[in-house]
Write a new protein. Structure first.
Length: 445
């Protein structure tokens, strides 16, 4: 979509403000807003953005060792193909942006979206186009003196579906008005927990759609006086994930098996092998907050073990079962230990980089595990090479620090800034835990 078409559409739809969206190392969707009168310039040249944005963690604390100080700017440049009017908000449109150097307009080496775009281009050059869908879980609740979950307990009940009928209908209408096709709504296990399943898109398009979904759901819910959280573990016995469904396409589906007895092709198996091989460091990108590890518990439906399985929802990588006549089109993998605190561009970047390394090295994932790993004896788990996933953010960051494949995929500057920001987040948590321990023990001793 060119600049003139966008500005004309803004006039037709009475758009007065346009949000320029981006996601930084903290995993939060950020944005700057320009008025319609300034839109053409912003679309052509972008707007100035301090490099400092990449030094803040999810708690809002600046990591001074992240490599960015008070001096230094980049350009926040809109990707005009992502422009869309937000019909659910009055007089507002939005567009996803990348970060570029001030002088020569090359991608900024610390920009997550640009890093993913480069990797996707490399896959496309190998005739392997990633097809993705990010399956998003979230929780509606009522805020006040004490936050409370609202509605009936989910567990796929129609009571829970009816409780939120109007807000879900409005959310689906808002997403589909943006060109995001919703395939399914699920009232999940806990009261107020829901999932929207959107259609697959190619490469960067799927992640941009997810960013718009993250913007849309809370806005629609707020119009119904309902709060929304995407936090991995927002209340006791409640979790929110972001499952990544993925396949690779050329003339045909690279993951589809030709052997009727196999769930995946050799390429698909090697891709899974690469993910499992890099799983421990990968988790620092896909489950990147302290709260993430409260979710990744055994027998919680969130995946707590590094293994793969056909139809196995306790495996980190699930191969969904498909009908024999749909194997060519529907064969895919599902990466389960990811959540909505991740920068989605970095999460997908890590999964693709790990899978590509598996393809290149023909890494075998071992036999599919067809049981809940928490119910398997230690001997079987050791025989299959099944390990418990990291149980803390600190453990996952240590693994990421030692993973050269993931480091190369991010590039040194992005990798170092991300590690520094997340290390600071972990340190703040451990410091607060020490304070809590002192206060608790003083009461005892």
């Amino acid at each position: 979509m060119d600049t003139q078409t966008i500005t004309e559409k803004c006039r037709e739809d009475d758009v007065k403000l346009v949000r320029l969206l981006y996601v930084a190392n903290d995993g939060v969707v950020h944005g700057h807003t320009v008025t319609r009168s300034q839109l053409a310039d912003a679309l052509e040249s972008g707007i100035a953005l301090p490099e400092l944005v990449q030094s803040f963690n999810a708690l809002g604390h600046r990591s001074k060792d992240a490599g960015f100080d008070a001096v230094g700017e980049v350009r926040l440049v809109p990707d005009r193909s992502t422009f869309r009017v937000l019909d659910h908000e009055e007089n507002v449109a939005a567009v996803c942006c990348s970060m570029r150097e001030i002088g020569d307009e090359t991608p900024w080496t610390a920009d997550p979206r640009s890093a993913l775009a480069e990797l996707v281009s490399e896959f496309e050059a190998d005739d392997m186009v990633p097809s993705l869908a990010l399956e998003t879980e979230f929780l509606f609740y009522s805020s006040g003196d004490e936050d409370e979950r609202v509605g009936h307990r989910g567990l796929y009940t129609t009571d829970s579906i009816r409780d939120f009928h109007e807000v879900i209908i409005d959310a689906i209408d808002a997403l589909e008005a943006q060109g995001i096709e919703v395939k399914k709504h699920v009232a999940e296990y806990a009261a107020g927990k829901h999932e929207l399943v959107t259609d697959h898109r190619e490469g960067l398009e799927a992640v941009d759609d997810y960013v718009f979904l993250r913007e849309t759901i809370p806005s629609v819910a707020a119009s119904h006086d309902i709060e929304t959280t995407f936090l991995p573990y927002p209340f006791d016995a409640t979790t929110n994930g972001c499952h990544v469904h993925l396949s690779l396409w050329g003339d045909t589906n690279w993951f589809a098996p030709t052997d009727a007895d196999e769930p995946l092709s050799p390429t698909g198996r090697h891709f899974v092998g690469g993910i499992l091989d890099h799983m421990r460091g990968l988790l620092a990108l896909t489950s990147p907050t302290v709260n993430s590890y409260a979710r990744l518990q055994p027998q919680a439906g969130a995946a707590a073990y590094s293994c793969w399985g056909v139809g196995n929802r306790e495996a980190a990588v699930r191969v969904p079962e498909v009908a024999s006549d749909q194997r060519e089109t529907a064969t895919r993998i599902e990466f389960r230990p990811a959540d909505n605190t991740a920068n989605p561009y970095l999460a997908v970047l890590g999964i693709l980089a790990a899978g590509r390394d598996g393809i290149r090295n023909e890494t075998e994932p071992g036999p599919s595990l067809d049981a809940d790993p928490a119910n398997c004896d230690d001997e079987l788990l050791e025989e299959r090479g099944v390990r418990r996933l990291p149980t803390t953010l600190g453990e996952a960051l240590d693994a990421l620090a030692d993973d050269d494949v993931l480091r190369d995929a991010l590039g040194d500057r992005l990798f170092e800034s991300y590690m520094t920001v997340k290390r600071k987040e972990w340190e703040l948590f451990t410091d607060s835990a020490a304070t809590w321990q002192r206060e608790m023990f003083r009461q005892t001793f």
